[in-house]
Design a protein around this ligand. Structure first.
Ligand code: GLA
Length: 725
């Protein structure tokens, strides 16, 4: 529920368990009053601190700057004397940079508006508050949007900036959210990584000054995920206060946390101001991407379950969202670039015999691409490799009884390609300089409409040419050489954001034309695993690291925020191609079960004993997947923390079923049985596990016995079924 208490000048946004409160000072300045456990009253303006120094500018004009530097501005701007992190900076035609936002009015309504050109949460059972602020001197109207969803402790915030003046202005910084938090001992939790080790959980104390996470790579990146949580010291899965924010955007971002002289904490999030300037002519509107805030007063577990619910019900749109995905086999780790029609059909035939449902043809089927140094941009089937053509291959795969998927990397161009030879200008580059390559490739300048159209048509032509059910959309290098020979000099600062908008637009076009397509996004593994991408694709390739033990840590960090149904996870061959580790085939299967599930190996070459396990693994997938994708997720133990074992549990909404995955990473000599305390069960009802029967509260308080097993990397899945009363 959202309300405005006029008498107390208080806006109060309530969710099932939280309240987000703002108030007006002098009826002019919008301040942040409170975010936390739900409050029942609106007499809250005292929390703005107006009864003590500093007074509001109206009462004491001589202390306006002191006021600005202490007041918890809801949407802080630059140049007025608030010296903390700001959200908005504007350069006017006279070169001066200042913005002062004065409250003008509000609207409260059912539903939630879409964000022009951007991914965003949605839902009919939502309610929205718009607060309108204006700057009469700079000629700006700033609208702050706040939306909540029935039954969820989440808040979606976004901002639009409209030029209502007569002069063109330049936005040099537009962040999407600011949150002031009262003094306390807090830690910063983020998801940090690198290629092949994405989203490792990272926690550090919040000290004085600014700290945070960011990317300027043009992808959300392997290094930092656009997620940040300010958590009270000592927060665990079930204890502590959590203020989390996640950016619904897939390119440059900044997220900063700042502890100031009075121990107040400000947390901001939005598009990174580096490489960003936006020309805003009279009448134009700039829309900043959305931030999804989640508050939990009961630790990280509740935050996780809230994000999962919001994303499953209010972000992912694909018609595959709630459907079981086909069990796929991808030929990348099986063949790399070395394949042809016969090889793929061999894989397909054996795959079919073992219950696999889809063949995905990865990189290397187009142009003359035999390695990663050519042909991106030449989306023409290489008929020397695919004898008989693509349609023949797809039809044959269908005849065998499998669906067919294909790989693209649409945003890229190889210098060694017909496309580059014809249009060297189509790659991003700075005039007079040779653009830098990564993985032997350059980035297409998608700010040029003819480039985006050309690439879209090339891909669509392939998709129209055969009955293709799945696309893996890859993106394998960060953006550099940020220059476009298309945009005028005063819009070069728009390239990074325009590039992202163009990618979103291309994916939207593709999904409109091929609505049944199962789209998986990918970026050198999981470098774009963010809510922005999930708006377009229900799943994302989690990491190029398919080693089951590394995946425990990568998937734990990913599952902290993103639903299990979105996590691309495959069983691959051993020794693992990234780490060289050898793990049991069964463990690889059990770990991949907490994602979309599939295979990434040459099924014709693996050992007979491994191959024989595949039908059983697929049977487990079919049995457990409905629970895995719809249930409540509980992180029981973390191998990253204890360096010993990993354990997570999923419980159905009605608490009737649950599965517990336990992985013993390191065997110990003279080990004793462990007792693992479970979560989320019905305390007063009995559950059957194998032959044994336990009461819910026994399992949650005393624990589930885990047998001692011999050897490293051993996994177990326990199935719990509630017994009738
Ligand atoms: C990226 C992907 C891989 C594979 C290769 C192909 O690295 O993450 O899964 O598709 O590209 O070049």
């Amino acid at each position: 529920m959202i309300q405005f208490d006029e008498k107390n000048s208080i806006f109060k946004i309530d969710t099932a368990g939280s309240s987000y409160v703002m108030g007006l000072a002098d009826n002019e300045y919008l301040g942040h009053v409170y975010y936390g456990e739900k409050l029942s009253d609106t007499r809250l303006s005292y929390l703005l601190g107006m009864d003590v120094n500093p007074f509001t500018p109206k009462q004491k004009i001589g202390e306006k700057v002191s006021f600005m530097d202490c007041f918890p501005l809801e949407y802080p701007t630059q140049g007025l004397g608030d010296f903390r992190e700001s959200c908005l900076a504007v350069r006017r035609s006279n070169g001066q940079e200042q913005a002062e936002l004065i409250y003008k009015g509000y609207k409260i309504y059912k539903g939630k508006p879409t964000l022009a050109g951007l991914p965003a949460t949605w839902g009919e059972d939502s309610e929205t508050l718009e607060i309108i602020l204006t700057d009469a001197v700079a000629g700006l109207k700033v609208t702050l949007f706040y939306s909540v969803f029935e039954g969820m402790d989440a808040l979606a915030k976004s901002v639009t900036i409209e030029n209502i003046g007569e002069e063109t202005v330049y936005l040099t910084k537009v962040l999407s959210s600011s949150l002031d938090i009262r003094p306390g001992s807090y830690e910063l939790l983020s998801l940090h990584g690198s290629w092949a080790r994405e989203r490792h959980m990272n926690r550090r104390e919040i000290g004085y000054g600014s700290m945070g996470i960011e990317t300027c790579r043009g992808i959300s990146g392997h290094q930092e995920n656009p997620f940040l949580a300010v958590v009270s010291e000592g927060t665990t899965q079930s204890y502590g206060e959590v203020y989390a924010m996640n950016f619904v955007y897939s390119s440059n971002f900044t997220a900063k946390v700042q502890k100031n002289q009075f121990d107040h904490i400000r947390a901001v999030m939005g598009i990174h101001p580096e490489h960003f300037t936006w020309k805003l002519s009279p009448g134009e509107v700039f829309t900043a991407p959305e931030v999804v805030l989640v508050y939990s007063g009961e630790g990280l577990g509740k935050m996780t379950r809230t994000y999962h619910e919001v994303y499953r019900n209010h972000l992912i749109r694909s018609e595959w969202k709630d459907k079981m995905r086909p069990v796929l086999i991808n030929n990348w780790e099986a063949t790399y670039f070395n394949f042809n029609t016969e090889k793929l059909l061999d894989i397909a035939r054996t795959a079919k015999e073992h219950g696999i449902e889809m063949l995905v043809m990865d990189d290397g089927w187009f142009g003359y691409r035999e390695s990663d140094n050519s042909s991106l941009g030449d989306w023409i089937v290489n008929e020397e490799k695919l004898q008989g053509g693509l349609k023949y291959l797809v039809d044959e795969v269908h005849r065998i009884g499998l669906k067919f998927g294909i790989w693209f990397e649409p945003e890229m161009i190889s210098p060694d390609s017909d496309l580059y030879r014809a249009h060297p200008d189509w790659a991003l580059h700075c005039e007079g300089r040779v653009p830098g390559q990564a993985r032997n490739q350059l980035v297409l300048d998608l700010t040029r409409p003819e480039v985006a159209d050309y690439i879209y048509d090339s891909i669509a032509t392939i998709l129209r040419s055969a009955d293709i059910e799945y696309v893996k959309w890859d993106m394998n290098r960060p953006l550099s050489d940020i220059g476009s020979s298309y945009l005028p000099s005063d819009q070069q600062g728009e390239i990074m954001h325009r590039q992202m908008l163009a990618v979103y637009h291309m994916q939207e076009r593709m999904l409109k034309e091929f609505p049944k397509l199962l789209l998986e996004n990918c970026s050198g593994g999981g470098a774009r695993f963010d809510p922005g991408m999930l708006y377009f694709s229900p799943q994302f390739w989690c990491s190029d690291d398919t080693d089951a033990i590394e995946r425990l840590i990568i998937q734990e960090g990913t599952q902290l925020v993103y639903p299990l149904s979105t996590i691309g996870a495959h069983v691959s061959d051993c020794p693992n191609h990234t780490t060289g580790r050898v793990t049991p085939f069964s463990t690889r299967g059990d770990v991949a079960l907490s994602g979309t599930f599939g295979y990434e190996l040459d099924i014709t070459k693996i050992s007979e004993s491994d191959r024989k396990e595949i039908p059983g693994q697929i049977e487990k997938f079919k049995k457990y997947n409905p629970l895995i994708v719809s249930g409540d997720y509980y992180r029981i133990a973390s191998y990253q923390d204890n360096h010993d074992y990993d354990c997570y549990q999923i419980v159905s909404k009605d608490k009737k079923k649950s599965i517990v995955t336990f992985v013993q990473v390191h065997a110990k000599p003279n080990a004793k049985k462990r007792y693992i305390r479970l979560c989320g069960l019905q305390p007063d009802l009995y559950y059957q596990i194998g032959e044994e029967i336990y009461m819910g509260d026994t399992l949650m308080k005393a624990g589930l016995p885990i047998p001692v097993v011999f050897g490293d990397y051993k996994s177990m899945i326990f199935e719990l079924n509630q017994l009738n009363k």
